[in-house]
Design a protein around this ligand. Structure first.
Ligand SMILES: O=P(O)(O)OC[C@H]1O[C@H](O)[C@H](O)[C@@H](O)[C@@H]1O
Length: 533
């Protein structure tokens, strides 16, 4: 399929984007879903390319695969598991069968327990040794960290509960900074780990327990576990009543909707958390029922595939014009790159085309004053994905928000439009340049244009909207994975480094020899040892 699409992309590349605009293009090359608008008109996709992409989505079985996911088939084939994070926000409670059993009673029961617990923490009914809980520390990494951290920051205007802090890195600097200034007797520690074996999390949790033990008689009373490995959490010493479990059909990077979201629920309250789930549920219903050409996750995926696989652009930038979405790019890096960064297809054969793209980004307008130079004039084309709310949460600073919106819209326009050499010459002439100096200056000030972007716009970043947005990206990743023929739900690529780290830890501890390591590793270890004594 990529060959035909590449031919179309070459043709589209020569034509550019701006000339496509005629009556109705913006509306035609946009998708609306429940209060959100995705405008992909500033891409080189035309009606022919879109029809070809949609035909491929059908041919590759996206609708059937989607149904298989929602109905509990073991689509995570390498781990022989269902993929049912959607069940965690199936608030209607309609049965969802996995391995012959309806998972919904368990899901709703855990949600009710989470609500009871979060409400008690927030009201002060559940107290620490020193009184009501003032601070919550979530210790986790990867999917057990990025979701909580990103969403708590995104929904800060709704956060009226205890303060939330996040520890992820094995670097002692992280937990030192997080615990600094906290009163152990009024702090609740959430140990968030699907497997309850992850080195970083278990090391940080043990450090937090020692910190707690120094000032609290019953430290266990101030720990909670969020995990699939309920027995391991109990072995670690956490009261089973304080363990919130989930099943193996919830992937780590898809886990914010259940127990891993407890810090968010404590921060914003159970009603706002329910709204967050409702937004995701609305996106699930849209994804499952909307025709492909009016289906936001499908169209976002097809735009992504067009850029990566037809146009050959190896990265994409996520550019939220929302300071509170500052961790969205990092969250999406895990979601997209851990899901679709695979070198083999489902059947184990090597891909003959690229895997999913590199995802990166920073909030606007900050990025404009840093890396946008390359986006506008560098030799690589970077498709940009802008996100912006029509309104901000600071009505008294509405003029800030107008400037924010103006900048966001200006960037996508500038990328598309560019500035021709002729226009640059006219500018330089107006500034008094002549001859060779004029020509030279003009060449530096021209912009190639024709650079693609999408814009996702919504009214206000509420819990409901954030739920929709995350679910939108989850389903986008799913569709891209299906179209690439890969398993988006395993992550074998993170294993080797973990194994070798254990091996090297033994070397650094002096319990294993260094001699059999490669020359570079020997040199680096020797350097470290020369300083650590
Ligand atoms: O939640 P945990 O079991 O502690 O796992 C934390 C993270 O570590 C792993 O290495 C995976 O790459 C991630 O997908 C996962 O989210």
């Amino acid at each position: 399929m990529w060959r035909d699409l590449k031919i179309m992309a070459d043709k589209a590349g020569r034509r550019g984007i701006a000339p496509l605009f005629g009556d109705g293009r913006a509306e035609d090359f946009s998708v609306r879903a429940d209060g959100m608008l995705l405008d992909y008109s500033k891409t080189a996709i035309d009606a022919e390319a879109r029809a070809a992409l949609l035909a491929e989505a059908e041919a590759r079985g996206v609708p059937a695969r989607r149904e298989a996911m929602f109905t509990g088939a073991h689509i995570n084939q390498t781990e022989d598991r269902a993929v049912l994070h959607t069940a965690l926000r199936n608030l209607g409670g309609a049965p969802v069968i996995a391995d012959g059993e309806d998972v919904m009673p368990g899901v709703l029961d855990t949600l009710a327990r989470m609500k009871g617990f979060a409400d008690a923490v927030r009201s002060g009914a559940l107290r620490g040794a020193g009184g009501a809980i003032t601070d919550v520390v979530n210790i986790g990494i990867g999917g057990s960290h990025l979701g909580p951290e990103m969403t708590v920051r995104a929904l800060a205007p709704y956060a009226d509960g205890p303060r939330c802090h996040f520890v992820s890195n094995i670097d002692g600097a992280d937990i030192t900074a997080a615990l600094d200034g906290l009163d152990p007797a009024r702090t609740l520690i959430l140990v968030a780990s699907k497997t309850f074996t992850t080195t970083e999390t278990m090391t940080n949790a043990a450090t937090a327990r020692r910190w707690m033990e120094r000032s609290v008689d019953d430290p266990g009373a101030q720990f909670v576990a969020l995990s699939s490995a309920v027995d391991k959490a109990a072995e670690w010493g956490i009261d089973p009543a304080r363990v919130f479990g989930f099943e193996d059909w919830v992937g780590g990077r898809y886990s914010i909707w259940g127990p891993i979201g407890l810090s968010l629920m404590i921060a914003i309250g159970s009603d706002a958390f329910t709204e967050f789930l409702r937004g995701a549920e609305a996106m699930d219903i849209h994804f499952r029922t909307a025709p492909l050409d009016a289906n936001m996750p499908v169209m976002l995926a097809l735009v992504g595939l067009w850029h990566t696989h037809a146009c050959g652009y190896p990265t994409r930038a996520v550019l939220p014009y929302d300071q509170r979405l500052g961790r969205l790019p990092a969250y999406l890096q895990q979601l997209e790159m851990e899901s679709n960064g695979k070198g083999v297809a489902m059947d184990g054969c090597s891909l003959t085309y690229p895997s999913g793209p590199v995802v990166w980004g920073e909030p606007g307008t900050n990025g404009q004053h840093a890396f946008y130079q390359l986006i506008h004039q560098g030799t690589a084309v970077i498709p940009c994905e802008f996100l912006i709310a029509a309104r901000g949460h600071e009505p008294e600073l509405a003029h800030h928000h107008r400037l924010l919106v103006a900048n966001c819209l200006a960037q996508s326009k500038a990328l598309m439009r560019g500035r021709s050499l002729e226009e640059a010459r006219a500018l330089m002439r107006a500034e008094g340049y002549r001859g060779a100096a004029l020509e030279q200056q003009a060449r530096h000030r021209m912009f190639p244009g024709g650079r693609p972007s999408t814009t996702l716009i919504y009214d206000l970043l509420t819990p409901y909207r954030l739920g929709q947005i995350i679910a939108l990206y989850e389903h986008r990743v799913f569709v891209e994975g299906v179209m690439l023929g890969i398993n988006s739900f395993d992550q074998w690529g993170v294993e080797l480094g973990k194994v070798l780290a254990t091996d090297l830890q033994a070397v650094l501890d002096g319990a294993a020899p260094l001699a059999d390591k490669d020359g570079s590793t020997r040199q680096l270890v020797t350097f470290v040892q020369s300083y650590s004594g």
